[in-house]
Design a protein around this ligand. Structure first.
Ligand code: FAD
Length: 478
């Protein structure tokens, strides 16, 4: 009796319900498999930065499995065919996996389930990525939520299952079952643009738990204040680990509660409440994606289908390259390019700038993030972009347009964040670091900054472009 455990974006061994069910089930052997099939995800196959992460994460999982006496079997898709072949080779009678919520994956998994069951193979899927399944949360009218606060209120005290333990040992995988190597998946770029990504992160289950411990030791006790300051490490940096399922939300909640048991300060408990509600946003994003599966491409607020977006490829490219002449925007975009991550405050700022000041359609920004973020996640990225553009669930009202210079002055008052990522203006003082275009010629001269030569002039006038955005919005408002 053998069972296949099909790993996808649940690249962990602890609190992995599919693996646990296989261990606890009546099986002599477990065959852990990963199947590479990006075509099945259509336009939303992992982008470049995600692929780098995936490479190292699979490597880590592979090593972990070997340490427990098993090994990861790696195959190429199509998935159904790969599973069929593996069933023939191993004589498996069951396939277990953990559920995911993006529309194409749901469709594919349903088809595979039907196919396997027709062949007489037992299938079972489990909840690993979320605290609450999207279909278990309903408004008073029985529909899905479109506003965060009541959504979170409905679920935040529900509690969740205790996380499952790490297995001690796993059965050996029959040596006749062949596997490709992680390197054969060709996930790493041929031009090494990923050096900073490699230096910044430690993909894998161990790396995820280290991040969580570091966050508990050094940042959670000030989280609600520091989470908005991009120059300091005030957040958990768990997003890519969560995206790849190297750690699950249950494990985070559980460890947090355990840690809070020893904390007397009410303030610390309040900071933790803010942090939990961010995980709540992640749940909400998955809820919205599940119930409105066309939102990665189409606005939830249908009025925005008529929005007069501008087709400005040059502006889009300057934004992508961090060359807009607006320091906060450029700093964020360069952090993204170098590290595969961007601070949340900057994600909101650069998204507002692209969709409102430049009036470029949010889908272009969403796509760029998809290719460059290590944590690019169809649920969170879609929600974030539609939120910023003003067309999504619980979105910022369109007329609330971030002023990126003001954002800098408020949240990067020391200018440290901008100085790090935009070194060509680092010599400017705090008064001008966020608006070099307002600096007198003598100040620029002294700082060795020549606008239009050493650093771009602003791509647009912030006030003027804000006015234009508002009048464009007037056209679709009614
Ligand atoms: P923390 O502050 O430590 O938060 C803990 C966790 O809560 C995060 O890891 C994340 O899983 C979740 N979370 C926090 N904020 C949000 C949010 N607003 N929406 C949903 N979940 C949240 N997050 C992604 O994981 N992937 C994306 O592709 C993504 N794209 C975004 C695009 C835009 C335009 C915006 C405005 C936000 C986006 N976010 C995305 C949300 C947020 O910026 C990141 O989750 C956060 O910056 C990750 O850093 P952290 O893990 O240190 O966060």
């Amino acid at each position: 009796n053998r069972v296949i455990v099909w790993f996808r974006r649940d690249l962990r061994l602890a609190d992995n319900p599919a693996l646990r069910a296989a261990i606890d089930g009546d099986f002599d052997s477990i065959v852990p498999v990963f199947i590479q099939a990006p075509d099945e995800l259509g336009a939303w196959a992992p982008g470049g930065a995600q692929r780098v992460w995936q490479h190292f994460s699979l490597d880590a999982l592979s090593t972990q499995l070997e340490n427990l006496g098993s090994r990861l079997i790696i195959r190429h898709g199509p998935t159904q065919q790969a599973l069929d072949t593996l069933i023939e080779e191993s004589g498996a009678t069951a396939v277990y996996w953990n559920r995911l919520y993006d529309p194409l994956t749901i469709e594919r998994d349903k088809a595979i389930k039907t196919h396997l069951e027709q062949r007489g193979i037992e299938t079972a899927s489990f909840k690993a990525a979320l605290l609450h399944e999207p279909w278990t949360v309903k408004t008073g009218q029985g529909g899905p939520y479109k506003v965060f606060t009541p959504f979170w209120k409905a679920v935040k005290d529900r509690g969740s299952e205790a996380p499952l333990p790490m297995p001690d040992r796993l059965p050996e995988v029959w040596s006749r079952i062949g596997s490709e190597a992680v390197a054969d998946l060709d996930l790493l770029p041929s031009i090494p643009w990923d050096t900073d990504i490699r230096a910044t992160w430690a993909p894998g289950e161990d790396g995820a738990h280290e991040r969580l411990e570091t966050f508990l030791e050094s940042a959670i006790d000030k989280y609600a204040d520091d989470r908005d300051r991009p120059a300091i490490a005030g957040t958990s940096y768990l997003s890519p680990h969560l995206h790849w399922g190297e750690i699950g939300p249950r494990q985070i909640m559980h460890r947090l509660a355990e840690w809070l048991d020893d904390q007397d300060s009410q303030a610390v408990h309040d900071h933790a409440t803010t942090f939990r509600s961010e995980l709540g946003w992640r749940e909400f994003a998955h809820h919205v994606l599940y119930h409105f599966p066309d939102t990665p491409d189409a606005p939830l607020d249908k009025r925005f289908e008529q929005f007069p977006w501008s087709q400005d490829d040059e502006a889009l490219e300057l934004w992508q390259r961090g060359q807009t002449g607006i320091p906060m925007v450029d700093a964020g975009m360069r952090e993204l390019w170098a590290t595969g991550y961007m601070h949340n405050r900057l994600r909101m700022t650069v998204a507002s700038f692209l969709t409102k000041n430049l009036r470029v359609a949010w889908q272009h920004g969403e796509r760029w993030f998809w290719d460059t973020l290590v944590d690019a996640d169809l649920a969170n990225n879609t929600l974030g972009w539609q939120w910023a553009a003003g067309c999504g669930a619980d979105a910022a009202p369109f007329f609330r347009i971030f002023n990126p210079a003001r954002q800098g002055e408020r949240f990067d008052a020391s200018g440290d964040y901008v100085r790090h990522w935009v070194p060509e203006i680092a010599t400017l003082g705090n008064k001008h670091i966020h608006r070099p275009w307002e600096a007198p010629a003598a100040v620029l001269d002294k700082a060795g900054v020549e606008l239009g030569r050493t650093y771009p002039r602003p791509l647009v006038d912030l006030k003027e472009s804000r006015r234009e955005a508002l009048s464009a919005f007037d056209e679709i408002k009614r």
